[in-house]
Design a protein around this ligand. Structure first.
Ligand SMILES: Cc1cc2nc3c(=O)[nH]c(=O)nc-3n(C[C@H](O)[C@H](O)[C@H](O)COP(=O)(O)OP(=O)(O)OC[C@H]3O[C@@H](n4cnc5c(N)ncnc54)[C@H](O)[C@@H]3O)c2cc1C
Length: 408
């Protein structure tokens, strides 16, 4: 193939949900501007955006001062509108958060308080009321009901977004990894692209790309593997998503039941520390250099016990056992039989940012940038749900940078 040269106004690195929604927002604001999206894979949705739970979160988990709180409620509404307008599938499941013992009831009250502050509809309900919603649910004293949580099919949504990008004249270059840069030019195996402004939305690899631009050097992505097990119970056996009270010191929500868009129940995802970024199964995506530094980082976290990593890692590693995973889930729901949950689903890997100066996980979405580009460093859950308003926020920041302002 001949080596080519290309020029674009905006170059988005990464064709996940974050990259595509930002590309669409740029197009909406700047009309005729040229926008190119670089995607390293031959197909879209091969990582987080195609391997998640497909839950449109309602927005009650997050502290009111967070970007997550600011964008999730609106993101949920916008995605519902998007899928309905295009005739895509949506399952208006709702969600029950349950207390497994009296000490977790205060956790439900805290989630209710957060929901109220974020303007998100939630209801603290009795055990009887919870059982009227889902007869098999197990909870202590109270449950939290979120009527606006819903599920979609992430692959279906990604395909619709890609179609929208094509209609708007956004060029998505598949099998085109960012390999490095020379000044304002970005290098791929096929061409050199002269980019007016770069947006790094490379998910699991966003830290590497940012470091290349001299940005975010105190941060690194820690990959956490999310395993799922599918149930063989008939459609309708579970009416709503059932979640435990999460440990609010980290960003994971605990093993839960999700009702997929086609009515199937699945258990998961786990948050198992992974040994390389794309450590999905076997040696797929194995990168020895990456595995070496990740092992070193994880060993350090384990011994220093930053953010309770030791207990988290020891607990999560047990979830490689299907029996253990199902036994945990059976604390949330009556009649969960191990023989009904035997099929492992497609795992996903969370790109969780770690601040190695402060020695803690970054809990909120995070971007950094300069007049050359913006880097989305922490697009953790619920970045799927929040993607549309988050894209507007990012493009507001692009505008501010164009006007010579610093990022607030
Ligand atoms: C197990 C799991 C469950 C989740 N469940 C939910 C949920 O139910 N609801 C919710 O709201 N959120 C959920 N999330 C979070 C959500 O999926 C992510 O926040 C979101 O998908 C992040 O999107 P992204 O575009 O940043 O990343 P990605 O989808 O990973 O996209 C990044 C893209 O960049 C590409 N790329 C990387 N490096 C390069 C390079 N050098 N050159 C070119 N391209 C590159 C990758 O191939 C990839 O396609 C979940 C995540 C996981 C892992």
């Amino acid at each position: 193939m001949a080596f080519g040269m290309k020029t674009t106004d905006y170059l988005v690195i990464g064709g996940g949900i974050v990259g595509l929604t930002i590309a669409l927002e740029l197009k909406k604001r700047y009309g005729k501007t040229r926008i190119v999206v670089l995607e390293k894979e031959k197909k879209l949705a091969q990582h987080g955006s195609g391997r998640n739970s497909g839950v449109l979160h309602a927005g009650f988990y997050y502290t009111a001062d967070s970007l997550k709180a600011r964008f999730t409620k609106d993101g949920n509404l916008r995605w519902k509108q998007f899928v309905q307008e295009r005739g895509l599938r949506l399952n208006p499941t709702g969600k029950l958060v349950v207390a497994q013992n009296p000490s977790e009831v205060e956790g439900l009250r805290e989630l209710k308080r957060r929901g109220d502050l974020n303007g998100v509809e939630t209801h603290l309900i009795s055990v009887q009321e919870a059982k009227a919603i889902e007869p098999r649910v197990k909870t202590t004293e109270l449950a939290l009901w979120s009527p606006n949580t819903a599920t979609v099919d992430p692959q279906e949504c990604m395909a619709a977004l890609a179609q929208e990008c094509a209609q708007q004249g956004i060029e998505i270059l598949l099998a085109s990894p960012y390999q490095g840069r020379r000044g304002k030019s970005v290098i791929t195996p096929q061409e050199v692209i002269d980019a007016g402004f770069v947006i790094n939305a490379a998910g699991l690899h966003a830290d590497k790309v940012a470091h290349d631009f001299g940005i975010g050097e105190r941060y690194r992505i820690l990959p956490f593997k999310g395993l799922y097990v599918y149930g063989s119970e008939p459609v309708g056996s579970l009416r709503t998503n059932i979640y435990p009270v999460p440990d609010l010191r980290n960003t994971f929500l605990g093993v839960h039941f999700t009702v997929t868009v086609d009515g199937k129940a699945k258990i998961g995802p786990t948050a198992i520390p992974a040994f390389w970024r794309e450590n999905y199964s076997g040696l797929q995506g194995f990168d020895p250099a990456e595995a070496l530094w990740l092992l070193r980082d994880e060993a350090l976290l384990f011994f220093r016990n930053d953010f309770g990593f030791r207990a988290l890692a020891l607990e999560e590693i047990k979830k490689y056992s299907r029996g253990y995973l199902v036994s945990l889930a059976s604390k949330l729901l009556e009649g969960v039989r191990p023989e009904s949950y035997t099929t492992w689903g497609r795992p996903g890997i969370r790109a969780q940012l770690y601040d190695h100066q402060a020695q803690k996980l970054v809990m909120d979405f995070m971007i950094e940038g300069n007049p050359q580009g913006i880097h989305i460093l922490n697009a953790i859950s619920p970045a799927w749900t929040a993607s549309m308003p988050f894209a507007e926020y990012v493009v507001d920041k692009v505008e501010a940078l164009h006007q010579g302002k610093a990022l607030a």
